[in-house]
Ligand binder design. Structure first.
Ligand code: ASP
Length: 330
């Protein structure tokens, strides 16, 4: 009798959960959505999040509000987003660091990038550049590398914390250049570039999106872009191969995720809104003017593709970091 009661009760519960889930998806979004950006304002993750969020808000009929939650190379913000209620009202902008390199660098990372999230979609690919303060006395990459070899320990390199894109890609660059600079941690590369403009930071490895306009305006200089081809946004910046360091080839990316368990139709609505933003002419132009590489329409715009990509990235960066002999933080 009691077992029957329990069974009926459980079935009723399931039915209620199912209908409320459906109702939730149908009315979604009924209020503004928080987008957790795990770095400071003005950096690439923040810039990309704000650009796509603006159009996504129009599509969804509710505002997307960016919340910057900084620390530990982006893992503090992503941990907060991971622990948020999976109702579609908290999502996040992750990147190659938080959802690729971080597990190999933090022994006690609370989340698993490949299995603890619902991937919404890729927002933009972001080539990496080696940038320096505008008065740094080296005219090109060869001279810069020679300087780094000679007195690299006197230089300040700015980076966004262990596991961030700037941290990881400059580990690669410093090994190749034979440099041992002072690595200065920040809450994002927005503040790194501010201090570079003030002359306090000598160089950094950053994602194109937040440095393109400063390079175009001559406020900082770029020694190389670590891609096969030059960027249409910065046609005068040589590739690392052209500049004499072909081994330095690396790219980063930013993508949106929701906490695990967010209803499928809610994730589908978010994916649709993101893709509409990426297909919107004005939004595309804003991203492309900054050097962002927009994923082509089709498979690469799906959450499933992003899920597989994250799995591959975690593996790839795990191997690179292990081979580099970097010991994970406790
Ligand atoms: N570009 C940064 C990084 O190094 C973070 C940021 O978006 O500010 O990971």
């Amino acid at each position: 009798m009691f077992a029957k009661f329990l069974k009926t009760f459980a079935l009723m519960g399931a039915a209620v959960a199912l209908t409320s889930g459906l109702a939730q998806a149908q009315n979604y979004p009924a209020r503004p959505i928080t987008v957790i950006v795990p770095f400071a304002a003005g950096g690439p993750t923040d810039v990309i999040a704000r650009i796509v969020s603006e159009h996504m808000g129009k599509v969804l009929g509710q505002q997307l509000i960016v919340e910057n939650v900084v620390g530990a190379g982006g893992t503090t913000g992503i941990t907060k987003a991971f622990q948020a209620s999976p109702d579609g009202y908290t999502i996040m902008m992750g990147h190659m660091g938080t959802h690729g390199a971080a597990p190999a660098l933090y022994a006690n990372l609370k989340y698993k990038p490949a299995s603890d999230f619902e991937p919404i979609g890729m927002a933009a690919g972001t080539p990496i550049l080696v940038v320096a303060r505008k008065d740094y006395p080296a005219k090109d990459l060869k001279e810069f590398v020679a300087k780094l070899k000679a007195d690299g320990d006197k230089l300040n390199e700015g980076q966004a914390g262990v596991g961030s894109v700037s941290f990881t890609t400059c580990v690669m660059f410093n090994v190749l250049a034979g440099a041992k600079p002072t690595r200065v941690p920040y809450s994002g590369t927005g503040p790194v570039i501010n201090d570079m403009l003030a002359g306090k930071i000598d160089y950094a490895c950053d994602q194109i999106v937040s440095v393109a306009s400063q390079i175009q305006g001559g406020a900082i200089k770029a020694y190389a872009i670590a891609t096969d081809k030059r960027s249409p946004a910065l046609p005068d910046v040589p590739t690392s191969a052209e500049a004499g360091l072909p081994e330095f080839k690396v790219s980063a990316w930013n993508a949106m995720f929701a906490p695990k368990g967010t209803p499928k139709d809610v994730v589908a609505k978010l994916n649709d809104a993101l893709n509409k933003a990426l297909s919107d002419a004005a939004t595309r132009k804003r991203l492309e003017d900054l050097g962002g590489v927009i994923p082509p329409e089709g498979a690469e715009r799906t959450g499933a593709w992003l899920g597989d990509f994250v799995t591959a990235e975690v593996k790839k960066w795990g191997e690179i970091i292990k081979a580099g002999g970097v010991v994970p933080q406790q």
